[in-house]
Ligand binder design. Structure first.
Ligand code: CIR
Length: 281
């Protein structure tokens, strides 16, 4: 996407640095985990019925294919029946261009997922930092926006976990700020409500759009009837979005983004969003 702002920057060579900062970082790899046959035994707070396993597998496969179409090499881990929620790999780590931080998921049933993915992450990031007890933190609460990270406090991520992560990120040269979403019963994680899609643009649920921390960003507001779609993912030239949310899709196109719609209905039944199905780096 070449915006007017970016075209101007391209024309003026002394703004080369600004231009570079505006390029969203290029992802080359993704890690995913196949959903297990006991996927429906995972945690959920919504009452949308039980997911259909065949449809889960088909949708997961389409998701992986979309990542490949975006140019990523996908590492696919076997299903892990010990952890029905383990296909939501995003919650286990924060991967940045400057280093990886393993999390400590806030739900007891998911704690072991980190040990199960540790070696795979170590294959790409030889030195990893970690969130330690009593800190808890789910990757779904962490929204990267260039060199700044929004850290969600939720019923999964506690203040200790967020402050440990803030210290780790500061050590890697990133800034961060905390956003408390514990009172927002409609979302599980911060990133259920906001997504950074590059080009200084945040996709934000309408009820969060007034947050002063978003000053200076371009906002794409997601209306309440489409709030599930606020969790979307910029992957190189495309923005992966949940299928069936025409207002957001149109708003993305209008701003020059290239949405790629994916069926998320079965994952939604388990409180899962698009971002949580992969770790991208
Ligand atoms: C859970 O409750 O932990 C899973 N059923 C859903 C996790 C979704 N993760 C995410 O959005 N990052």
């Amino acid at each position: 996407m070449i915006t007017g702002k970016r075209s101007n920057a391209m024309a003026a060579s002394n703004y080369a640095t600004i231009f570079e900062e505006e390029i969203p970082r290029l992802f080359k790899h993704a890690i995913v985990r196949l959903p297990g046959t006991n996927f429906a035994k995972g945690l959920t707070t919504v009452e949308l019925g039980l997911p259909d396993y065949d449809r889960v597998v088909t949708a997961h496969s389409a998701y992986c294919q979309a990542l490949r179409e975006c140019g990523l090499t996908v590492t696919t881990l076997d299903a892990d029946l010990r952890y029905p929620d383990s296909t939501f790999v995003e919650d286990t780590a924060i991967l940045t261009p400057r280093g990886a931080i393993l999390t400590r998921p806030g739900a007891a049933s998911r704690e072991g997922e980190v040990a199960a993915i540790r070696q795979t992450i170590a294959n790409f990031f030889p030195e990893t930092l970690e969130i330690q007890a009593p800190g808890t933190l789910d990757g779904g609460d962490i929204c990267e926006a260039g060199d700044h990270f929004f850290l969600g406090l939720s019923h999964r991520t506690n203040e200790t976990g967020a402050s440990q992560l803030a210290a780790h990120l500061a050590g890697l040269g990133y800034t961060s700020s905390v956003m408390d979403v514990r009172e927002m019963s409609s979302i599980l994680h911060l990133k259920s409500g906001i997504s950074y899609i590059g080009d200084n643009t945040l996709v934000v649920m309408e009820e969060m759009a007034g947050n002063p921390q978003f000053t200076g960003y371009e906002l794409i507001r997601v209306s309440s009837e489409e709030s599930y779609a606020a969790n979307c993912v910029r992957v190189n030239d495309r923005v992966l979005v949940a299928d069936g949310y025409p207002l957001l899709t149109a708003a993305l196109v209008e701003r020059g983004f290239h949405p790629l719609a994916l069926d998320m209905s079965e994952f939604q039944k388990m409180d899962g969003g698009l971002s949580c199905l992969s770790l991208r780096f």
